[in-house]
Design a protein around this ligand. Structure first.
Ligand code: SF4
Length: 277
């Protein structure tokens, strides 16, 4: 399989180091380079082949937005994706931002994520759910009708994009209704391990145990009565809006949702085909 060459642009060395370490674990990704500012990024783009660039908005010289617009113009073969977290401090201007993405920047992929706990600034978690609901439906409609491109490259690009679009609609439905719309498999399909050894089903619920008390043997903890009790609790209708711990790992185990995602994928693919004609 040909590797995807990735460029990361971020002025925080710790973020760059963290992402580098994480990406080394993904066998189909190759790091093409890292840049701490826009000029370094453009220089790298001229010298090396890059398939995807991940660009932070806050850069020291020209902003990530300006850089992205420049990249899109100068290097049209690059796949440009945007990722925004919907939170208290940006919710008032979020539709303005979406209009900018839709009509001006026109990236290949638009992700506007529902903020998930915990947050270093708890105030950010206080959001207008109805506004996010409206936005998620706008993005879904625009994606279904190819009014925005909103898909990844590669054979599975529409499928992966359909998961995102569907998941955000499901998240907003859960937030608005205050009840579960899928069974969560946190604690079975995945777990969270903190750096001091605590293991939990997810970032939201309390730790189940600490690896120090299990001789650092993950299996012992994973098959312990405490973990079994957590799985029972989770399967008993636990719900939240955490995309990484709940929705991504759980959607494959919820067949009805997978069928709906495949339908959405087809709709998006057909609309995109029509736009080409
Ligand atoms: S629904 Fe949310 S809080 Fe409950 S177990 Fe899943 S990820 Fe954790």
């Amino acid at each position: 399989m040909e590797k995807i060459r990735l460029l990361i642009v971020d002025d925080h060395p710790m973020v760059l180091e963290g992402m580098k370490a994480m990406l080394q674990l993904i066998n189909y990704i190759e790091l093409a380079g890292t840049a701490g500012n826009a000029f370094e990024a453009i220089d790298l783009l001229k010298k090396t082949t890059v398939d995807i660039a991940i660009v932070d908005i806050n850069l020291p010289d020209i902003s990530g937005i300006e850089l992205t617009a420049k990249i899109k113009k100068e290097f049209p073969r690059l796949d440009i994706q945007t990722c925004t977290c919907f939170m208290n401090s940006n919710q008032d201007r979020i539709f303005e931002w979406y209009d900018f993405l839709k009509y001006d920047l026109k990236p290949d992929k638009v992700n506007i994520n529902f903020i998930r706990p915990p947050s270093a600034r708890p105030k950010e978690l206080i959001i207008d759910k109805a506004r996010y609901d409206k936005l998620a439906h706008m993005i879904s409609d625009d994606s279904r009708h190819a009014a925005i491109k909103n898909n990844y490259s590669g054979d599975a690009g529409f499928f992966k994009a359909a998961i995102d679009v569907y998941m955000h609609e499901l998240i907003t439905k859960t937030a608005m209704d205050g009840r579960p719309h899928l069974q969560c498999w946190a604690g079975s399909a995945g777990a969270v391990i903190y750096d001091e050894g605590t293991v939990s089903s997810c970032e939201i619920l309390d730790g189940v145990g600490n690896l120090r008390d299990y001789d650092w043997d993950f299996s012992k903890l994973w098959y312990s009565p405490a973990m079994e009790a957590r799985r029972d609790k989770v399967s008993n209708g636990c719900f939240c809006t955490h995309e990484s711990n709940c929705y991504y790992p759980s959607l494959p185990f919820n067949p009805d949702h997978l069928v709906a995602i495949k339908k959405l994928e087809n709709e998006m693919r057909e609309a995109a085909e029509c736009m080409k004609v």
